[in-house]
Design a binder for this molecule. Structure first.
Ligand SMILES: [Zn+2]
Length: 479
């Protein structure tokens, strides 16, 4: 069965931007090319997959949130209104999402912290929202919680059942991916039938890529999050919430759906299958995915034990906006290396811009040609590194400081670095620097001047200058 009736038609709704002549090009994962973006209707509809709230988020998730924010700010810069939905996955999904097995994640978090599943979900939702706000991310038009949309998810499963896309096993209602001719188009997956040749333990699943729409409550397992459904008491599968909530608030065909690239092969592939088989319309016109965060050359992952959180960023003396500046230096589709060194370099560069904006006189005019150049960079699939280069051209150019400031503040509508409200940052000495200072004090007591000098260099590399006074060491940032 072909789940899409016809491709959604492109409607050119002209908008009131002075940049109407600059077409906006976005890379669409579906076509693997940059396409000219125009919204289907006047308001751009945007959905992105939000956090699963059972522990601290990885800085990679925040990179994705900032990439979506750059996209949204660029759309606003181009004169569009944006209706934006982000979901909160507060249903306890299983630790092995791809195979619909394992333990309930939220419940695992609850047990770890001595809280109820709901308390743990609300705790991490609050932390997530505070973190994204500190990173300058504009709130979505609405945050939607999966637990508050169970009825919409059940309705969507019922539609799929009526269409003949589902089957029942002992543990749940499954989506039959072999019924969808287009299954896997986003990821370029081979046909379901070919995959079925792979020897995997399918259990009662008919095809390896089939997935749970509704899981039954297992007997003898105490779960705090369960709901009644036409198929029995249980809980929704992980993927159904996004299709259901995206369509409820944004319509059956939405303009842009965004997320991290890790979501392409399973989660987004399944979102498309569920939505398009239920409506026979194209679900999403533009799929946009941001790349991973790495540490040097290494991928950050739980198994490697090098997963970093916003707490790690702060503990090392960086502000959330230092991290935002760092993410802007790399294109969103390229891997971003986050290390103390890359953060230190970003912090130094960002402080230079911020200090200029704080000190420069107000009341200047926007430098038009630079603004157009800046916008053109963003129009080319959100090329933030090139847009930043234009900012530095402005900073080093011959215009008056007032005009430079006005131009940079205007750029910041898209960059989101909070420059208009910037204040001189209080100097925070990172723990790593403090430790080096203690080591250096010891070295000096032992008259080990070589070690003392090496430590001074290490401290300097982290952005701080040591001075020796009769009262001991003093330290200040090299900015
Ligand atoms: Zn999703």
């Amino acid at each position: 069965m072909n789940c899409i009736g016809s491709r959604a038609k492109l409607v050119d709704k002209s908008h009131s931007s002075i940049f109407m002549k600059i077409p906006l090009h976005l890379f669409n994962t579906l076509s693997r090319t940059k396409e000219n973006f125009l919204p289907l209707k006047k308001v751009v509809t945007l959905y992105n997959c939000g956090p699963t709230v059972y522990h601290d988020q990885h800085i990679g998730n925040f990179r994705t949130a900032m990439s979506v924010d750059l996209l949204k700010r660029t759309l606003l810069l181009f004169g569009y209104s944006v209706k934006h939905i982000t979901n909160i996955t507060d249903v306890g999904h299983l630790t092995n999402d791809a195979e619909d097995t394992g333990e309930d994640k939220v419940q695992l978090g609850a047990r770890r912290e001595g809280l109820t599943a709901k308390q743990v979900a609300r705790k991490y939702e609050k932390l997530y929202k505070e973190d994204v706000a500190s990173l300058g991310v504009i709130s979505p038009s609405k945050w939607t919680r999966a637990t508050e949309h169970i009825a919409a998810q059940i309705d969507l499963i019922k539609k799929l059942e009526r269409g003949g896309y589902t089957y029942r096993t002992a543990d749940g209602i499954y989506f039959d991916s072999s019924k969808d001719e287009n299954y896997g188009k986003l990821a370029g997956l081979k046909s379901v039938k070919l995959q079925a040749g792979i020897r995997v333990d399918l259990g009662e699943k008919k095809n390896p890529s089939d997935f749970a729409l509704w899981k039954f409550a297992a007997k003898g397992v105490d779960r705090q999050m369960e709901w009644k459904s036409p198929w029995g008491v249980g809980f929704p599968g992980w993927h159904i919430e996004c299709s259901a909530m995206a369509m409820k608030y944004l319509g059956e065909t939405i303009d842009i759906h965004a997320g991290g690239i890790d979501l392409i092969p399973v989660h987004h592939t399944n979102e498309i299958a569920q939505a398009e088989c239920a409506t026979h319309k194209q679900f999403v016109r533009f799929w946009m995915h941001s790349a991973f965060v790495i540490e040097g050359e290494e991928k950050m992952s739980k198994s490697k034990g090098n997963v970093k959180t916003m707490t790690w960023i702060r503990e090392n003396g960086f502000s959330p906006l230092d991290y935002r500046y760092l993410t802007l230096q790399t294109h969103y589709r390229k891997e971003l290396s986050v290390t103390i060194d890359s953060l230190t370099a970003a912090k130094t560069a960002f402080a230079q811009i911020r200090n200029f904006v704080i000190d420069a006189p107000r009341g200047g005019k926007i430098i038009a040609d630079k603004y157009i150049k800046f916008t053109e960079s963003l129009s080319d699939d959100l090329n933030a590194p090139r847009a930043l280069a234009t900012l530095w051209e402005v900073l080093g150019g011959g215009a008056s400081d007032a005009d430079k400031r006005a131009t940079i503040i205007k750029f910041d509508d898209a960059l989101g670095l909070g420059l208009a409200k910037a204040k001189r940052a209080k100097v925070v000495i990172p723990t790593t620097v403090k430790k080096l200072m203690t080591a250096r004090e010891k070295a000096r007591k032992n008259k080990d001047w070589t070690a003392s000098d090496t430590l001074r260099d290490e401290i300097r590399a982290l952005g701080f200058e040591i001075k020796d006074t009769p009262q001991g060491q003093t330290i200040e940032p090299v900015l």
